[in-house]
Design a protein around this ligand. Structure first.
Ligand code: NAD
Length: 262
């Protein structure tokens, strides 16, 4: 794409990290952010899947680097931010999207399952926010953070004790950061997907006694009568990252086909 046209795109001049960018919502967000003009660090625990997404972005004329990271490891998160700043020339936004689902009734949830879910989902978001904000403060950048919540952050679900707790923590941490750093021009919001076609959803459905019936039942629980697409969540992520959302901070935007409106 011509540089003159690119400079008018909503995310032109931005350098954005997307975690969990190797698949699903993260991959769709990385690709859309690049199409909207951002330079993207596609970060994932699976380097090869992040590299494949970078290849897709390069094929569309965008610029992206693949970063291997375990978001639950503080040293790796710091290294992800340093490498992005070094290779893309800065960092203006982050989408803390990497996550795993544990579907287990409360009484059968082991401490190991609880810790793994909270470590990746909640601690991973905390670390991404902490080190992105440190970078924004050090450089005086009015950065934007988008954290991935869920309908499970706001509603009770069968068999999701650890997952729902991790997502509830994300929504409340988001409000906290928004208030603490509004005076620095830093915005922090969360996006709460409903059921979206992806690997997380496939693993949840596979854990159900009748996956086909579970999928139909899930679709029916969304007033729009269907499961969403990753691109629909990516659109919300990119809007909140952009200057079009300059007066929006501390909000939780549900992208759930009306699920939480019922
Ligand atoms: P996905 O499994 O397709 O993608 C998750 C990505 O995160 C994968 O590429 C995986 O490799 C990566 N990842 C996992 N652990 C990691 C770690 N420790 N460090 C770095 N990367 C790691 O799932 P998705 O549906 O795209 O989910 C993305 C986010 O959306 C998650 O936070 C999930 O909880 C949330 N969400 C999904 C749905 C849904 O229905 N798909 C609904 C609500 C919320």
């Amino acid at each position: 794409m011509d540089d003159g046209i690119r400079s008018h795109l909503p995310l032109a001049g931005e350098q954005i990290i997307v975690t969990g960018a190797g698949s699903g919502i993260g991959a769709a967000t990385a690709v859309l952010a690049a199409a909207k003009g951002a330079e993207v660090a596609a970060a994932d625990i699976h380097r090869e899947s992040a590299e494949a997404v970078c290849g897709q972005i390069a094929g569309g004329g965008g610029r992206a680097i693949a970063v291997e990271v375990d978001v639950s490891d503080e040293a790796q998160v710091e290294a992800m931010i340093s490498r992005t700043v070094q290779e893309l020339g800065g960092l203006t936004g982050i989408v803390n999207n990497a996550g795993v689902i544990v579907t287990r009734p409360l009484t059968e949830t082991s401490v190991e399952e609880w810790d793994r879910c909270l470590d990746i989902n909640a601690r991973g978001v905390f670390l991404g926010c902490k080190h992105a904000v440190r970078h924004f403060l050090d450089r005086g950048i009015a950065g934007s953070i988008v954290n991935t919540g869920s309908i499970s952050a706001l509603t009770g679900q069968h068999g999701q004790a650890a997952y729902a707790a991790s997502k509830g923590a994300i929504v409340q941490l988001t409000r906290q950061i928004a208030v603490e750093h509004a005076a620095h021009g830093i915005r922090c919001n969360s996006v709460g997907p409903g059921s979206v076609h992806s690997a997380v959803l496939s693993s949840f459905l596979a854990s159900q006694p009748d996956p086909g019936a579970a999928e139909a039942s899930l679709a029916a629980q969304h007033p729009v009568g269907r499961i969403g697409d990753a691109e629909e969540v990516a659109a919300a992520n990119c809007f909140l990252l952009s200057r079009e959302a300059s007066f929006i901070t501390g909000t939780n935007l549900q992208v759930d086909g009306g699920y939480t409106a019922v």
